[in-house]
Design a binder for this molecule. Structure first.
Ligand SMILES: Cc1cc2nc3c(=O)[nH]c(=O)nc-3n(C[C@H](O)[C@H](O)[C@H](O)COP(=O)(O)OP(=O)(O)OC[C@H]3O[C@@H](n4cnc5c(N)ncnc54)[C@H](O)[C@@H]3O)c2cc1C
Length: 341
């Protein structure tokens, strides 16, 4: 066991990178995080967290960052603007702004003695001992577009409204300070506009003009708008050289509200093996193989189930099926959420 732990380098300072970096700093491991961006900043995210257990929160010391999160209990489903059903969640979901969450974690990481290199893009893909890739989703050639904005003055039917449209779903989630997160996944179309105008155009094109009209009265926070193109999803944790965590290891469809929990859980899974490496107990290839196997096992069922369900959220014929099942209380929401833990 080494007296001076070996250093660890993390590429990507999102939830996976920051949570692991912080937990390692608490054990005195020297950690450098590189991120292409600057903090604080908005992200394309519904900011609705399902499936995060008390064990993960305690192991990663996340409680101070989650103290202002709202606890959500209900979801209202809509198809083409018409309400289908309101359901209670089996476990409360958390809702909080990534602008605040990532910023608070980044500050705490630096206070704990971590080295945070902002505006620093790592392009070298070599797998070197101690390097962990947590740089978010891999760019694919998918045609899905993610759009997000915050707004005030948006009365909601319940904590989360989930609207299904043609090649789209969009969530409206209550946040603190009377804000609402409006975030959707859309089949990319040839529409030219910017910011909230683009979002409203997409809603119209997806057969949701009533929702667009309803939102027209909202007080949009233009600075919070962000977009991300070519969003692809994984049915399994991908094979890789070295260690990949968070979306970089597998991206789950956003309707599950489970991507943030998975990013944190992947950091939790990696923590003990990476500590063993830093203290000279295990070599790096063994640590990477151990973490990869553990992540494959941990995420297998939820990735497979979400992959099977995703077309039912997006394709009109299958949405009608889903709507029928939901109305007649046959849609297995409880089972789905049980799989996300
Ligand atoms: C439309 C949409 C809606 C979503 N809604 C939800 C939701 O409601 N609930 C939920 O739980 N999840 C949701 N997600 C998923 C969630 O946002 C992600 O799963 C989560 O952010 C993953 O965290 P991460 O740390 O792996 O990656 P990120 O948070 O993406 O962080 C990766 C970081 O790496 C940095 N980076 C990238 N490349 C490099 C490089 N070469 N060098 C250095 N740094 C680099 C980036 O700047 C970024 O800061 C949604 C996703 C989408 C697309």
């Amino acid at each position: 066991m080494k007296n001076n732990p070996l250093p660890v380098e993390i590429v990507g300072g999102g939830l996976a990178g920051l949570s692991l970096g912080l937990a390692l700093r608490r054990e005195n491991v020297p950690v450098t995080i590189h991120d292409t961006g600057l903090y604080p900043r908005h992200r394309v995210c519904g900011e609705f967290i399902t499936g995060l257990s008390e064990t993960t929160i305690a192991r990663l010391g996340l409680a101070p960052f989650l103290k202002d999160a709202l606890h959500h209990h209900s979801v209202a489903w809509f198809l083409n603007g018409r309400p289908i059903r309101t359901q209670n969640l089996p476990h409360p979901a958390l809702a909080l702004s990534r602008y605040q969450l990532d910023h608070a974690m980044a500050e705490c990481f630096v206070e704990a003695g971590g080295s945070l290199c902002q505006n620093s893009r790592i392009t070298d893909k070599t797998s070197i001992p101690g390097r962990i890739v947590a740089k978010g989703r891999r760019r694919g050639n998918s045609s899905w577009l993610g759009l997000k904005i915050h707004a005030e003055n948006v009365p909601l039917l319940c904590d989360l409204e989930l609207h299904l449209g043609n090649q789209c779903y969009i969530g409206l989630t209550r946040l603190a300070d009377n804000r609402v997160n409006i975030c959707g996944l859309f089949g990319q179309r040839n529409l030219s506009a910017q910011g909230v105008d683009l979002l409203l155009l997409y809603l119209g094109a997806a057969g949701l003009p009533e929702l667009a009209n309803r939102l027209a009265a909202a007080d949009f926070k233009a600075e919070s708008f962000c977009a991300v193109a070519a969003v692809g999803f994984d049915r399994q944790v991908s094979q890789s050289v070295g260690m990949r965590l968070g979306d970089a290891c597998a991206m789950i469809p956003p309707f599950t509200g489970n991507g943030m929990a998975m990013a944190l859980q992947s950091a939790e899974t990696a923590l003990e093996p990476v500590l063993a490496y830093a203290h000279g107990v295990t070599d790096w290839p063994t640590v990477c193989a151990t973490v990869h196997q553990a992540l494959r096992r941990r995420f297998y069922t939820r990735l497979t189930s979400a992959h099977l369900l995703h077309p039912f959220m997006l394709r009109p014929r299958r949405q009608r099926w889903l709507s029928g099942l939901t109305r007649s209380r046959l849609f297995p929401l409880q089972t789905l959420y049980a799989l996300l833990h």
